[in-house]
Design a protein around this ligand. Sequence first.
Ligand code: RBF
Ligand code: MG
Length: 308
Amino acid sequence: MEKITMNDYIKLPKTAVVLGNFDGIHKGHTLLIKKAKEIAREEGVKTAIFTFNPHPSFVLTGKMPVDLIYTGQEKEMVMEQEGIDFYIEFPFTKQSASMSYKQFIEDIILTKLNAQVVIIGADYRFGKNKLGDYKTLVKYSQEYDFDVIVVHKLKHKDTVISSTWIRDEIKNANIELANELTGRPFIINGQVMKGKNIGTGIGIPTANIIPDESKLLPPKGVYVSKVQVKGKDYNGVTNIGNNPTVEGQALIIETHIIDFNEDIYGEEISVKLYHYVRPEKKFNNLTELKEQIDLDIEEMKNYFNLTK
Ligand code: RBF
Ligand code: MG
């Protein structure tokens, strides 16, 4: 996958372009992506994702995001896993917001993205004052040489899948349902930093990461997890919290990886959550904390059906 920040000089080979905001990259979004890949295969064109960054609503309201399901870096990683050829980020500014839908279609979609087919959600809006939508594109497609495919919202048990719904489930620690709606485990990426090594002292070494400020997190507590290190997955138990037992301060994501003893300081890892185990507690001493963590590990092993 090639990531491109939109500039004046871009000219892609013929593409099937998906337009969207994609926070969450849920099964509804994946449907659009699948469609693009299908067309790309049939017509011998490349797949492209076009997205604004930051999300238009943050620029228009002036508020910074604090509840992103995926940070920019995570989104890119997931798009890469989805098998996209070009991932295009358009820096959304007050200036780009003032571009008319005509200009957007002609200059961006047709000229720079070289779209042969545009895949768009029924509710997607573009151009100044959000006056453009799939109907606008369909109209243009009769004059210019490209096709439009409109994809309607996908439901899960009678409810439309949305990023808002997924956010709510994550906030309520319903990780399984959130994962069901996106079709992949919820991830928290970060660089492993040096800890105080208190965990190592009690036989529970951890890989610690500080979450990105804009990242939505589930409630503090312990989760069954897997950690991707250098492309490989390992089973683990993850605590999200402030470590009240050892008078910790900053919110930190600590994962004890089982059957693992490599030094991975500085490594970029991806913590994948599967299941909420319990809230974070303040224990009287490290022995009690260690006893509880041993139980957490048991629960993780049961969850993954590991034999020992
Ligand atoms: N710290 C707490 O103060 N309370 C907890 O309930 C707690 N649970 C944890 C569960 C797991 C699986 C792990 C890996 C860590 C947990 N911690 C908890 C964090 C612990 O205090 C920390 O890893 C060590 O003190 C080393 O920094
Ligand atoms: Mg949407």
